[in-house]
Design a protein around this ligand. Structure first.
Ligand code: ATP
Length: 835
């Protein structure tokens, strides 16, 4: 018996030793993971008096370890960081192994009092010898000792149990607050230890060691795990304090990839001040809120600036960090008022930012404590139209070399910024950074600071001017095509004049989900929106000539409509984040591959899928060819067209075009007339109607004829539109199969109402059961996927067609020239004959 017990004890001791080694190895491994902050050595250049209190961390931003932050202070139990997890797992393993070893023993322990043998087994911590000693002894003292020991152990057990319950309660509370839906209990099948569901679900976030308040926001937003660009950027930017150049596909979460490190540092710094004051025994209310600008984020468009602001505000909820947008098209006074509140983060467009900066706006020019300078959609920023203002803004930034100014400790009040005299971090992000051949080379070299290109508006110059440091982390996660992974691209070849018909076809036969139709010119946008409205399709428009308020309204309305259609110029191509955009139509091809990528990026965002359809006419051939070349593509899938729909589509389009032409002419005439009248009025002239009676009658007749023609056309179109769009072979008796888009469904419903109306007029109750069937949605993406046998448009074909078109044009030109020459000769002959 004794030998059995000592064997058990030996086994236990060995196991303990192994577990300790395992756990140490695990901790070592975790310590060596790349996200550990690799803080530079103190080079002695930091003269910040506060560094005495802060320690070496202060040198590079004073990053706090997560462990230093008291979770309870924030009213939440933060899922443990990886180290904790590992420890927990190790403990679990020990437990389960112990359990295996002492199986039976524990059972015995319930009846331990009877034989007194198992006491020592349970009290494994006291060592195996105790067992040996108690073994076989039944003396009174020993019994008393055993009883005491047992009581102690039970007390300990009860305490442990209580603690466990309390912990579970807290975890449950957090789950309720953050993850109300389907809490997932994960059981580690290997060691039988129950893992915290939040722990398991947000495991990857925990590894990034973000501030508890940021994690709380992330749980609230239900972002289960960081996206690859976030995973790559956060350790470098937030924990290693590096500058970052980041390129990743559209919709991949780049905003938070730079936004979270900013928040992290601001919160860490606040924590540090609080801690310092607490150490010095001073009250927290003496901490002044940050009254200086800490992060300046520049975006190329107003919508994007507003969107980034909203996104950051959402994550910064509950942190007291203020984010403010500064964009053109809105009242300058209002924005100045916003800046008076001295927000820590400002997101703006270069134009308005520079306007306020050059006007001496105090919050924007006091940049000594600026810790972050961010260029979102950086490649767009270096294009003409933005660069000059951006350059001026960059020139206002203080040198990013040393801790140039002394901390302010005004009136004995510690400001957070006064403690943060460290280098400014620069973040440069875009989906298409890697598209430029020049930049691609630099990315490959892993450096952006080699001075080969002296072009003023090069990316290189910009980053250098912005104070980007040599050890910048360059993170390029773009795939070969740069486009989102789940995007399906397709093309429709058609004549220029048929583009409207194909657009109508896509929207009416397949118009599921939100669609954005892109064009390059405002004139084309106006044309399309007018035609579509004539065809009873409700569309929103967005272009740069619109008032800012109208632009935002259009976006809001589009966002609110599940099957909304937005016709936009490239003003909406970058950054716009509207969930549920299923299709992007390129009515006109963009002028560059970058813009094509950004347009396509309005769909297939955040790991969802989507589809892009480009309408290509012979005029677009050369643009299309260069697009293919940029993406090294040899072929494109053709979008499947059910040709039997086309006769009906064409009929409607022809009517819509005629109506549109007449209405445009009318409104143009009206505008011209009112312009003349307005001008005459302004110079106090009375306009004479100098038309003769005959002319006036003629005009009247013409007007009447046009208006009756317009009425006729409109009626005809209305009749067509009141019927669902049907393929030519469509049988009215059986309505099934092809799938019904919202527009067609609406038309069916209208038809049903009409029929019901007729039926009730004639008292025919039998016809009441008019049912619309076949409502399975066939959205463009679905149609595209199910038509994978559709022949692909090969680049060679395009090149051939382009050559044919060019040949034809050349021949026509030559013929014209020949004809012209012939006529000239004839005229010359005639002239000579006459003479
Ligand atoms: N970790 C995450 N998990 C799930 N969704 C996320 C995560 N991070 C961001 N998102 C969401 O993904 C969407 C796209 O994010 P964001 O606008 O930052 O993308 P982007 O890469 O900047 O796109 P673009 O290049 O088009 O500007 C947003 O709706 C955002 O809320």
């Amino acid at each position: 018996m004794a030998s059995e017990s000592s064997q058990k004890n030996k086994a236990r001791r060995q196991l303990k030793k192994r577990v300790r080694v395992d756990s140490e190895q695990n901790l070592e491994r975790l310590d060596s993971l790349p996200w550990n902050s690799s803080l530079p050595e103190n080079d002695g250049s930091n003269h910040d008096p506060f560094s005495v209190f802060i320690g070496s961390n202060e040198l590079e931003g004073g990053f706090l370890c997560l462990e230093e932050i008291d979770e309870l202070e924030y009213g939440l139990e933060i899922p443990k960081i990886d180290v904790e997890n590992e420890k927990k797992k190790v403990k679990g393993k020990v437990k389960s192994k112990k359990r295996k070893i002492s199986e039976g023993d524990e059972d015995e322990s319930s009846g331990g009092e009877a034989d007194g043998k198992t006491e020592g087994d349970e009290d494994e911590s006291s060592g195996g010898e105790a067992d040996g000693k108690t073994e076989g002894k039944a003396g009174g003292k020993e019994l008393v000792d055993e009883k005491e020991l047992k009581q102690k152990k039970e007390k300990k057990k009860r305490k442990k149990k209580k603690n466990r319950h309390e912990k579970n309660d807290e975890a449950n509370k957090l789950k309720e607050n953050t993850e109300p839906a389907e809490p997932l209990a994960v059981i580690d099948s290997q060691d039988g230890v129950e893992e915290d569901p939040v722990d398991a679900e947000y495991y990857e976030w925990n590894e990034l060691r973000l501030h508890p308040l940021i994690l709380k926001s992330i749980y609230r937003l239900k972002f289960k795990k960081p996206t690859p660009i976030q995973k790559a950027c956060i350790p470098a930017a937030a924990h290693q304090g590096k500058d970052v150049i980041g390129a990743a596909e559209t919709g991949s979460g780049k905003t938070l990839a730079f936004g979270l490190p900013i928040l992290q540092r601001l919160l860490e710094e606040r924590e540090k001040v609080e801690r310092l004051l607490a150490e010095k025994g001073e009250a927290n209310d003496r901490i002044a809120p940050d009254s200086v600008l800490r992060a300046l984020i520049v975006t190329p468009t107003r919508e994007l600036a507003l969107q980034v602001t909203d996104h950051l505000k959402e994550v910064a909820k509950g942190t007291n960090v203020r984010v403010v947008p500064i964009v053109g098209g809105m009242s300058t006074e209002k924005q100045e008022r916003l800046l008076k509140a001295r927000p820590e983060i400002v997101v703006g467009t270069p134009g308005r930012l520079w306007e306020l900066m050059s006007g001496g706006e105090i919050h924007l020019v006091e940049l000594h404590s600026l810790s972050f300078f961010v260029l979102d959609e950086a490649d767009r920023m270096i294009e003409s139209g933005h660069f000059r203002e951006l350059q001026s803004i960059i020139d206002m930034l203080p040198m990013n070399r040393s801790t140039e100014s002394q901390p302010q400790n005004t009136q004995n009040c510690v400001t957070v910024s006064s403690l943060q005299r460290k280098k400014r971090q620069t973040f440069v992000f875009s989906a298409t950074l890697a598209l430029s051949a020049d930049f691609r080379k630099k990315l490959k070299r892993g450096s952006v600071n080699s001075r080969k290109n002296d072009e003023l508006n090069s990316f290189e110059t910009l980053s250098e001017r912005a104070g980007m440091r040599p050890n910048t982390a360059i993170i390029d996660l773009t795939n070969a095509s740069i486009l989102a992974n789940k995007l399906e691209e397709s093309v429709i070849e058609c004549r220029e004049e048929d583009k409207d018909a194909y657009l109508y076809y896509i929207l009416s036969v397949h118009g599921q989900g939100r669609t954005i139709v892109f064009c390059t010119s405002i004139a084309a946008l106006r044309h399309i929106s007018s035609i579509l409205r004539t065809l009873n399709i409700n569309v929103w428009t967005l272009h740069s000539e619109m008032q800012q308020r109208a632009r935002l309204k259009a976006i809001d309305r589009f966002r609110a409509d599940e099957h909304g259609i937005l016709v936009a110029t490239d003003a909406a191509a970058r950054g716009l984040d509207i969930p549920g955009v299923r299709t992007v139509v390129h009515y006109q091809l963009p002028l560059s591959a970058e813009v094509y990528v950004h347009r396509c990026g309005r769909t297939a965002r955040a790991s969802t899928d989507g589809c892009s359809i480009a309408l290509i006419s012979p005029n677009d051939a050369s643009k299309f060819a260069s697009l293919c070349k940029s993406f090294a593509k040899e072929s494109f899938q053709r979008f499947p067209i059910e040709l039997s729909y086309m006769p009906e589509v064409m009929k409607r389009l022809s009517l819509a075009h005629q109506i549109d032409k007449i209405t445009r002419k009318n409104s143009q005439e009206k505008a011209e007339k009112s312009w003349l009248e307005r001008n005459a009025e302004s110079v106090e002239l009375v306009l004479d109607d100098d038309d003769s009676e005959e002319e006036r009658v003629k005009k009247y007749r013409h007007k009447k004829a046009t208006s009756s023609q317009l009425n006729k056309l409109q009626q005809e179109l209305n009749t067509l539109l009141s019927r669902p769009l049907q393929p030519k072979t469509f049988s009215k008796r059986f309505l099934a199969g092809a799938g019904v888009s919202p527009l067609v469904q609406h038309q069916f419903e209208e038809l049903a109402k009409q029929k019901l109306g007729e039926a009730s007029n004639f008292g025919e109750n039998k016809r009441r059961k008019l049912v619309v069937i076949g409502q399975d949605c066939v959205e463009p993406l679905q149609a595209l996927r199910s038509a994978n046998k559709e022949p692909r448009l090969v680049l060679k074909e395009i090149a051939e067609k382009r050559k044919n078109v060019d040949d034809l044009r050349r021949k026509r030109k030559e013929m014209k020239k020949r004809l012209h020459e012939q006529r000239r000769k004839q005229r010359k002959k005639l002239k000579a004959g006459n003479e």
